[in-house]
Design a protein around this ligand. Structure first.
Ligand code: IPM
Ligand code: MG
Length: 360
């Protein structure tokens, strides 16, 4: 099997972590009879600097013609002064939208070796295994009208939170199907005591639920969900929610498992193309120092193998290698507890350790 992979490394630590993910992907794919053909393009601030835009049409076209996109991260303080519609983040939002990637899967599980790295007590996080299914192409991120204007000498800004029933139903289906493959428990997170959009989500999720009687559905207010995530995170199996709630809760879910540096994600749609990226950002403060944690990017490569190439065994091989490297005590600096003294490895060295574990 041959597959075209577009690599969009982006900004900050994006290029370093993506490089390690690609090395791992190359090694594992060959072994599982996948021939991957890579091409690299610019996105985010890196693209702004060279082309004056965070994402060129040509790059969107190349991504459309590919099987999957492996993405690093976008953004950095250098571009912080730009208006929202010209910032690096716009490149990421545009590629998600253009490829129709409405379903963002963010699995958060605890690696046993990292249980101590969580800011929560080990007995609270022991056995956490959840999946946040975040709607990715709607809601406040894309709703119109939007903008900042001056009215009667007063600056006024607006964003629009809008969802139609089809957008809700399709992401709900993704979540129910995911729950079926897991512990069959789905939590819909909303703010229906205040927002009409959440009331529609409630109704539509209930309607879709009729097709999945084997999955238990619960509705949870977003504020109390944020609270329960730190009080009793093990109660969650699959969470489904709108774009902005999902953005916020997935960082929280990531952090309680130990480090944001560990969480991968997959963004899928109906077009057959998947985009894979770590949940963490571009971390400009540590960029270029070879200290970033490449494991979220490497685990995103595993999700690529699983979801875009149907190479389940290859994906499992990567996850096992990561588990083993952590169990052997290797840590990047983000995985240390405050005050913990032990030697750490850099980004490249962590990639080398995973490759060695894979026997490469
Ligand atoms: C994420 C990020 C992005 C988002 C930013 C970089 C636009 O925070 O993928 O979670 O808000 O979706
Ligand atoms: Mg985010």
């Amino acid at each position: 099997m041959e597959a075209q992979i577009v690599v969009l490394a982006g900004d900050g630590i994006g290029p370093e972590v993506t490089r390690e993910a690609r090395r791992v992907l190359e090694v594992v794919a060959v072994r599982h009879d996948c021939k991957l053909v890579f091409e690299e393009h610019l996105i985010g601030g890196a693209s702004i600097d060279v082309h004056g835009t965070p994402l060129r049409d040509e790059v969107v076209a190349r991504a459309r013609a590919s099987r999957a996109v492996l993405l690093g991260a976008v953004g950095g303080t250098r571009w912080d002064e730009l208006p929202v519609d010209r910032r690096p983040e716009k490149g990421l939002l545009r590629i998600r939208k253009e490829l129709g990637l409405y379903a963002n899967l963010r699995p958060a599980a605890v690696f046993p070796a990292l249980a101590q790295a969580s800011s929560l007590r080990a007995e609270i996080i022991d056995g956490i295994d959840m999946l946040v299914v975040r709607e990715l192409t709607g809601g406040l991120y894309f709703g119109e009208p939007r903008g900042i204007e001056v009215r009667n000498g007063c600056r006024e800004a607006r964003n629009t939170l809008v969802y139609d029933e089809h957008e809700i139903a399709r992401i709900a289906r993704v979540a129910f199907i995911a729950a079926r493959g897991r512990r069959r428990h789905l939590t819909h997170v909303h703010k229906a005591n205040v927002l009409e959009t959440s009331q529609l989500w409630m109704q539509v999720v209930e309607e879709v639920a009729r097709d999945y009687p084997d999955v238990t559905l619960a509705h949870q207010l977003v504020d109390s969900c944020a609270m329960l995530l730190v009080r009793d995170p093990r109660r969650f199996d699959v969470i489904v929610t709108e774009n902005l709630f999902g953005d916020i809760l997935s960082d929280e879910a990531a952090m309680i498992t130990g480090s944001l540096g560990m969480l991968p994600s997959a963004s899928l749609g109906d077009g057959g193309i998947g985009l894979y990226e770590p949940v963490h950002g571009s971390a400009p403060d540590i960029a270029g120092q070879d200290v970033a944690n490449p494991l979220a990017a490497i685990l995103s490569a595993a999700m690529l193998l699983e979801h875009s190439l149907d190479a389940i065994a290859a994906a499992a091989e990567i996850r096992e290698a990561v588990t083993a490297v952590l169990a052997a005590g290797h840590r990047t600096q983000d995985l240390l507890l405050p005050g913990e003294q032990r030697p750490t490895v850099g980004c490249r060295a962590m990639g080398d350790l995973v490759l060695a574990q894979l026997g490469a």
